[in-house]
Design a protein around this ligand. Structure first.
Ligand code: AVI
Length: 316
């Protein structure tokens, strides 16, 4: 089909999937998991007994919110990257002095608008301005409000792990530029026993599998593709050398999938790589942040050393 008449030419998921399926090994970026259904599945993952990051980070935020608020300072404008369901910011807001504005950024428009409205209703004095944007690339933030003293980023959940270390450095460089004069409070999952990591991405209830397959379900819903969800297996493993989880969809048999007018053959066992989730040591993350132009300062780690929250100060 010609590029001008191709109806999919402006659909980001179509562009990413077509590109990802044409190349070997086949891969697509994890940001495409998050339509409304994917965001809801991710919320369920966060509640799973096997998925320790959410409850561990939430406990760190709850226990140290006042120390974190001291680092952030009064009258700060908060920019949350990948805000999701806006749960963790509530713990910080309870401790912050006169926050000037809250700018949650997410790709999932519906999910973001709904949760932003709920939060605004619970914090009537706080201007809440949601931004539907992809922070994997440059974003344009509105000018700072006159009442704001500094701009501070909040990036919880170890979503930084879904970038390769090079992409993570590029994100940290962009955020250092956007948040100049302020800081970044960021959650980072730690290197640990591979068995514990394996369980976190292979839960008994199959929610992570459904989240992974939602990518295919989304292609069927939005692009009229004909992926057979039972024809692909969820496959997630920890690579202790690369210190990362890899998540794949593995074809259960030889099959042909139609997508946007093109046919794609999947051999039995062929994979579509859907996500990486990099794990860091505390020192490894601090040196990555330093190399991106931040000054790493306080770090909070739980007693079992599962998860870390870092306060990075921007160069002024
Ligand atoms: C959003 N992100 C940090 C999650 C993670 O752990 O990498 C996404 C996820 N994938 C499977 N389970 C959770």
């Amino acid at each position: 089909m010609n590029a001008v008449t191709d109806p999919w030419v402006r659909h980001p998921l179509a562009i990413a999937l077509l590109e990802g399926l044409r190349h070997r090994p086949r891969a697509v970026a994890p940001k495409y998991f998050y339509d409304a259904a994917g965001s809801a599945l991710f919320d369920r993952i966060c509640e799973l007994p096997e998925y320790y990051p959410t409850r561990t980070e939430t406990a760190l935020l709850a226990a140290h919110a006042h120390e974190m608020a001291e680092c952030i300072g009064p009258a700060a404008e908060l920019v949350e990257y990948g805000a999701g369901s806006l749960r963790k910011i509530r713990l910080l807001l309870a401790a912050l002095q006169r926050p000037a504005r809250y700018l949650p950024i997410d790709l999932s428009a519906e999910h973001l608008q709904w949760h932003a409205q709920q939060l605004a209703e619970d914090h009537r004095d706080l201007p809440v301005q949601p931004l539907v944007a992809d922070f994997a690339a440059d974003i344009v933030l509105p000018p700072m409000l006159p009442a704001a003293r500094r701009r501070v980023g909040f990036f919880p959940g170890s979503s930084i792990g879904n970038f390769t270390p090079d992409e993570a450095r590029a994100f940290l460089q962009r955020s250092a530029r956007d948040l100049r004069g302020g800081g970044l409070l960021i959650g980072v999952d730690l290197v640990k026993d591979p068995a514990l990591l394996h369980r976190a991405y292979n839960d008994d209830a199959g929610v992570t599998a459904a989240f992974n397959k939602n990518l295919l379900a989304r292609a069927n819903r939005e692009l009229g593709a004909n992926f057979d969800l039972d024809g692909f297996h969820h496959y997630a493993f920890y690579d202790p050398v690369a210190q990362r989880i890899e998540m794949h969809l593995v074809s259960a048999r030889r099959q042909v999938v139609r997508l946007c007018g093109e046919s794609f053959v999947f051999e039995q066992g062929e994979t579509l790589h859907t996500e990486i989730s990099c794990k860091y040591t505390v020192d490894g993350f601090r040196s990555l942040a330093h190399s991106a132009g931040w000054r790493p300062q306080a770090v909070w780690v739980d007693p079992q050393q599962l998860f870390s929250v870092h306060w990075l100060a921007a160069q002024s």
